[in-house]
Design a binder for this molecule. Structure first.
Ligand SMILES: *Cc1c(COP(=O)(O)O)cnc(C)c1O
Length: 464
């Protein structure tokens, strides 16, 4: 008979450094090493839930299936049912293209049990993240006192910035002894990202969408009309620095110039495009960003970091802290100090030190490598735009400014684009999805990966 000790699973089995856990760690690191260094991971594609249920089946039971089997299931069934978002021919939505250094260092962040919420617990990690935020602030022309935090994504970054903006407006109203407006409003382009409307719903404020000119750029004159009409109920204006659909940068300088006449918080949503401010090819498009009260940029988009990271930067970090610090008895030791605690600057508390993969990569390669990599995609977008123009049945919907190229095929319906798109994915040639503008169907190349080539894009055009 087995003694009870041998039957009962020891409580520490999963946490001990044993033969079992050593083998498991080796397996996982070996897989990660192969994946990070692989040059030919296929694009892959989703499977239906039914297919996955047939192939993967039930994966969880009381005894555990063991690391080898679980990892094999991931490698051969689950991972191939996920599109490879860092593939050079992934050209939909906004792709991702993490550097080798950033991806590898993500493992280190996971291995180190870092708590990124407070200086007390994670001073070293927070210091490094702040180095990155300061570097970005300098690039964006913000004052040396600017600061913020890495949050999960642009959606949460926009929300957190707008909450700080409204808090700022509320305080101003309180201090001046005037009445608060019946409803707070935020002005943005009608082509702004959907996360602005999402933030407004969460905050229960109203969005005032302003139609930009035909070229997609929102300008000060358009914003002025909205400010005239909605007056002091406008607490913030959002300028988009690189729209998601087109990569168009609003005329931030002319919008910022209105700050001398109207009292509003200027938030720059640069989740995708603000990275291009690092490139000499595009820097001029971002004049005025230096006047922003807050900005966001997603390192998991065009700054080559793995998911998920958004840099949220406040011109005056105290405005963010006032809006977001959580107070509780058990947190008093954290909140009653002057030390920099990232938790205080957004709608979150516990946080992964998610800025570190970007920090490690930036520290490793230096800023110039980033400028080169970003510039290469801007140049490629220009080159492929010229190629599209030269083809009789293709036309650009708008002239590209950054690295998104939107184009139409003469006479194609939404169904034509959809059929073409799924054929490209079925053949594992490319991931290019249908899109639309003003009710007209089109398609687009969103180029972020420096390994995407002109020849690859031409090859895709040839299939149309
Ligand atoms: C992607 C994007 C967002 C949202 O960012 P997430 O990280 O996906 O939440 C917001 N604004 C713009 C302009 C974007 O391109």
């Amino acid at each position: 008979m087995d003694s009870p000790d041998e039957i009962v699973m020891p409580a520490t089995r999963m946490h001990s450094t044993s033969d079992e856990t050593t083998k498991l760690v080796d397996l996982v690191l070996e897989y990660s090493r192969r994946r990070i260094l692989s040059d030919d991971t296929p694009l892959d594609k989703p499977l239906s839930e039914l297919e996955l249920a047939r192939l993967a089946g039930r994966t969880i039971d009381e005894q555990g299936i063991g690391a080898a089997k679980a990892l094999a299931l991931f490698e051969h069934v689950l991972a191939p049912a996920c599109i490879t978002t860092d593939h050079p021919q992934y050209l939909s939505f906004i792709p991702t293209a993490p550097t080798k250094a950033a991806t590898a260092f993500d493992l280190v962040v996971s291995a180190s049990a870092l708590y990124g919420g407070s200086w007390l617990e994670g001073a070293g990690a927070v210091y490094a993240e702040n180095e990155v935020l300061s570097w970005l602030s300098r690039e964006f022309g913000l004052p040396a006192t600017a600061g913020g935090v890495f949050v999960q994504g642009g959606t949460l970054g926009n929300l957190s910035a707008l909450v700080a903006a409204r808090e700022h407006a509320r305080l101003a109203v309180k201090q001046s002894g005037t009445d608060a407006p019946a409803r707070w409003k935020v002005v943005c382009s009608a082509e702004a990202h959907s996360s602005i409307a999402s933030a407004a719903r969460v905050m229960d404020v109203e969005v005032v969408p302003v139609h930009p000119a035909d070229d997609g750029m929102l300008r000060g004159a358009d914003v002025r009309a909205a400010l005239d009409e909605h007056g002091a109920s406008v607490f913030a204006v959002v300028a988009t620095a690189g729209s998601t659909n087109f990569g168009i940068v609003d005329d931030v300088a002319s919008i910022a110039a209105l700050k001398s006449e109207f009292d509003f918080w200027l938030h720059v949503d640069g989740a995708y495009g603000l990275a291009a401010m690092l490139s000499p090819l595009a820097r001029h498009r971002f004049a005025g960003v230096e006047h922003a009260d807050s900005v966001i940029v997603d390192p998991h988009k065009w700054l080559f970091a793995p998911f998920d990271a958004c840099a949220l930067i406040y011109r005056d970090p105290e405005t963010g802290r006032r809006a977001h610090t959580q107070h509780a008895e058990y947190l008093d030791t954290l909140t009653e100090t002057s030390e920099w605690s990232p938790s205080d600057y957004a709608a979150h508390l516990t946080r992964r030190a998610r800025g570190l993969p970007f920090w490690f990569s930036l520290a490793t390669y230096g800023g110039n490598a980033y400028r080169e990599a970003i510039s290469s995609s801007i140049q490629l977008a220009q080159d492929i735009a010229r190629e599209i123009e030269s083809r009789p049945r293709l036309s650009l919907v708008r002239e590209p400014q950054l690295s998104v190229v939107v184009f139409e095929h003469e006479g194609w319906t939404r169904d034509d684009y959809a059929a073409w798109s799924s054929r490209l994915l079925d053949e594992q040639r490319a991931f290019v999805t249908p899109s639309s503008h003003a009710g007209r169907p089109n398609t687009r190349f969103a180029i972020i990966n420096p390994k995407t080539t002109f020849e690859q894009l031409v090859g895709i055009l040839d299939t149309m």
